[in-house]
Structure formats: structure tokens, C-alpha cells
Design a protein around this ligand. Sequence first.
Ligand code: PMP
Length: 413
Amino acid sequence: MYDVNKIREDFPILSRTVYNKPLVYLDNAATTQKPLCVLDAMRNEYLNVNANVHRGVHYLSQQATDLHESAREKVRSFINAKSLSEVIFTRGTTESINLVAQTFCEAFMKEGDEVLVSDMEHHSNIVPWQLQAQKRGIVVRHLPITDDGLLDLSTLSSHLSSRTKLVSICHVSNVLGTVNPVKEIIRLAHEHDIPVLLDGAQSAPHMKIDVQDLDCDFYAFSGHKMYGPTGIGVLYGKEKLLEKMPPYQGGGEMIDKVSWEKTTFEQLPLKFEAGTPDYVATHGLATAIDYMLSLGLDNIEAHEQELTRYCMERMQEIENIRIFGPHLSPLNSHLSSHRDAVVSFLVGDIHHLDMGTLLDRLGIAVRTGHHCAHPLMTRLGVTGTVRASFALYNTKEEVDALIDGIHRVSKMF
Ligand code: PMP
């Protein structure tokens, strides 16, 4: 039994008010709130365990190392990676993709080689590749989307060539909510021996991820979007690829032996983890994963799907509303399976910023603007949208508050 009111007690921030109104927090795609267990775990570590990890002979250091490395194991089993060597801690999705962009290009790409992204990418899956384009002369190509906000797989093959060295796409769009048919994309890319990176920033918080079943070559996600702390994220990579990629940053932790003549590097995954890791945040992330697992990933997904469906249904009441992204029912199974917990919209010619500002005055937190996806905004022919995004603790009453709020704002214009 999924008791959302009970769950909300784990998130004290949800009971605060803004402008004397109950907070309705619908900006979860940007970041989620943290349950008490995560905050307690981190506080407890700083209070009782804190010491730098790895190589310490003393008790605290060993205890901190155990917590840090068991967090790696927690992440490994959460995404079903084959081995701990394939789980690299980073600052988040952005750093994970930058790591791949720099080191994969260094190892495998030369001038004229291509990386294929899509028209619905977040800037963090565009700009790292553009930087490599400037530096190495690689070419960034982008797969188009349909007017419904879907990737059309019939165009995929024509975008792959002998020069394509990597496909890098989002699993779920942070603007459209589209859940991309990534298994099919990976299968097609692999037929051409092309590895695939999935930007999982918007999928890891909402669905069971099994990197072996997906057969993706890289998978990137952020802790703060799944009830964990800020500043910690993960890059999963297949060992056979990571082995061939050079280190990302140099410093402590990532070396085997350093001399003036020759420096050798640590084994995976430490080869990619220079400097003191955020070992308290990794423990926080592991606690967040435990929290999600205790509620049940299927239950969380079902709850969020229900909220999304309810929100989109209720939005039909609003005159002149334009909802971006796929319809709810699967339109065509080879295009997209479903929509995730994100609803982007515009009402008439009300500017997204006006809508967001006025909703805020009613206590409703939504995100407005380009959502770090300028090329997608251009494709949609808008400068920005209003985005409501749901998490495991949101309620139908909050959706009702949003709908009432939109009605009220619409009447003012
Ligand atoms: N990709 C997608 C699809 C996202 O939604 C986000 C965050 N908005 C990112 C990448 C970047 O994540 P972070 O800022 O945590 O690195």
C-alpha cells in the first residue's frame, strides 16, 4: 500500500509555506527534496565517522572507506552493473558526460568522426561534444524529433555511418517527458558496432534501470534528482571501454605510482576518480537508493505515472493550453513507450515567465524557461515552456492546486 501522506512525513520541507500558502513543489526534474534518512545518514557520518577515505590505516578512515565503497556496491546493484569497476563516482550527470566526451574522444575519435545526439538533449549532452568538436574536429550530428516529441527510429540508420563512433542520447527528455525506445536504439547502434551513452538524469529517479538488460555502454545520472545529496553522480561504463580510455583528471587517488620519469594509474574505477571523493555524499546517495527501494521502484513509477496521467487529463479543461511531448497512450510502440513524470505546457500567449511567477505567488513551484535545451526550444518554435514535474511524494491534490492556479492565472490575462 503506497501511502503518500505517510511518505510526505519523511520530507519536512514539504510542509512549509511560501507566501503564507502551502508549498506545492513541482520542480522535481530540476532537483528533488531529501528524506530525513538521507540527511540523518550524512549528519551521522560527519558527526561520528568523518575521515578521508582509502589508504588510511586508522579506524575512522577504514570505516569511512567501508561506507564509501559499500555505496559503490549499492549503486552497482541498483543499476545491475556487472562489476564495481564499472561504477565511477562523479559530481553528476554533467560531469559524467564530460568525462566520456573527453576521454572517449581521446581514445577512439579523430577529426571527422561523428557523435550522434538528438534534438531533445539537455545542454550537458550537447556542449561537451561541441567542445570536442572545437578541440579535435569531431562532428556533432543530431537526430530529429517528430512534432509529437518522439525520436523517429526510421531516421536513425540514415544518421549512422562508418564515421559514427558514439550515439549519446537521453533516456527520458527533461522537457517533453518522452521515454525514448533506448533498447531498440542500442540494438540498432550495436549492429553497426557503435557504443551508446544514455543520459539517465531523468530516468534513474523514475524507473528500474538495468544496464545489462539495456546493454548500454555508458549510463550517466545525478544523485540530487533521486532524493540524494547534490554534488554526487555516477557514470556507469562497460569495463572493456573504460579500460581503453585515458584518465580524466590527474591527482591523488587515481595513481598507482608517480615518479618524474613515469607515472602509472590505478585500476578502474579509481583511475577516473582523482582527488578526495565526496564520500559523505556517496553514503547519502546509497541511503537515498535504500529509501527508494524500501518504497518499491514499481510503486514509485506507478504513482508518478498516475499523477502524470491525472495532470494531463485535468489540463484538457484549460482553454488554449498547449502540452508539449507525446500523448499518454503509446502512439506507436516503435516510436515511444510512454511519457515520464514531466509535463511542459504553455497557455495561449501567456509568457512562461509570467505563468511561473504568478503560480509561485500561489505557492506552486514550477520551472520556466528553456530548461537547458535551447535547440529543442528552437525545434518547438518557443522561447521557453512552463514545466511541472513529479516525484514520489506528490499528490493529486497538488495537481489540483496546479490546475486551479493555471485557471486563475489564465483569467488574469
Ligand atoms: N541531462 C538531463 C536530461 C537533465 O535533466 C539534467 C538536469 N536538468 C542534466 C542532464 C544535468 O544534470 P546535472 O545538472 O545534475 O549534472
